[in-house]
Design a protein around this ligand. Structure first.
Ligand code: MLT
Length: 264
């Protein structure tokens, strides 16, 4: 892993592949850049892949207190600036998609295209906002391990809990390494994020929306909120919320096809 100090925040990142075409892959809540381990080798043959640990996650700084999607997005924008990358294509998994929407809304000129992978432009429901507070309380009282043990099984398609037990363990181990204050800070950031469906309807940029057939966290209807000629909707059959681990070949194929379509 590499690291850069971005406006005072240390951000770790993987930097794989060469070339002028840069793609940035953002992980979800209690994940890290390692969520993308199976996808990076499939994409780095064609693209330079920048894959950060978002603030509060992996090895990156995890300041105390509530975060915001804007701060998390600014870390990514600052990292790209530090790396002299003026424009990239940005793909965010779940929470990473919320971060991507904040970045694209405020700095569309920095992106060729963007994608939401098992994510949504909706804000949290009232029930969802309550669950964020419960999550923070569980993290603080029972610890990150108990919280992650409760969360991770719901991320996978039910049939994969047995058939992909090694991947479930890997997702848990990545989650256990999340600094508790980072997980709490990010949960509060997700709770406060606004509805950004208007970003999808208004953007002229090419957009990729990916849903998992068996996603129990973000159902396809919450991902596919906009239907326009610049928006590609794709379903990964058999996958839950974690296609980068459950179906890396299929996800990489969808991302590559989307990017090749832009070039043509
Ligand atoms: C994630 O995977 O990032 C989370 O499930 C997103 C969320 O809880 O909204």
């Amino acid at each position: 892993m590499n690291k850069k100090v971005c406006e005072g925040t240390t951000i770790y990142y993987a930097d794989e592949g060469k070339g002028d075409s840069v793609i940035v892959l953002l992980h979800g809540f209690c994940g890290s850049s390692a969520y993308w381990d199976d996808v990076i080798p499939l994409l780095s043959t064609h693209y330079r892949c920048i894959v950060p640990d978002l603030r509060g996650h992996g090895q990156s700084d995890a300041p105390k207190g509530a975060y915001s999607m804007e701060e998390m997005a600014d870390d990514v924008l600052n990292l790209l600036m530090e790396l002299d990358i003026p424009q990239a294509s940005l793909f965010g998994h779940s929470m990473g998609g919320y971060v991507a929407l904040s970045a694209v809304q405020r700095h569309p000129e920095r992106f060729h295209a963007f994608g939401l992978i098992h994510s949504t432009a909706h804000e949290d429901t009232e029930e969802g906002k309550e669950k964020r507070l419960k999550a923070v309380s569980t993290i603080e009282t029972e610890g990150i391990t108990a919280f992650v043990d409760g969360m991770v099984p719901g991320l996978f398609a039910p049939q994969h809990l047995e058939t992909m037990a090694d991947k479930v363990i890997k997702a848990k181990e990545i989650g256990y390494a999340t600094p508790p204050q980072g997980a709490a800070g990010a949960a509060l950031a997700m709770r406060e994020r606004p509805d950004r469906r208007d970003v999808l309807t208004a953007t002229p940029l090419p957009v990729l929306l990916v849903a998992g057939e068996h996603d129990q966290v973000v159902p396809a209807a919450r991902t596919f909120t906009a239907d326009k000629s610049n928006i590609q909707q794709s379903i990964i059959s058999g996958a839950g919320h974690m296609s980068m681990m459950e179906a890396p070949q299929e996800l990489a194929k969808v991302i590559k096809g989307f990017l090749e379509g832009l070039a043509g």
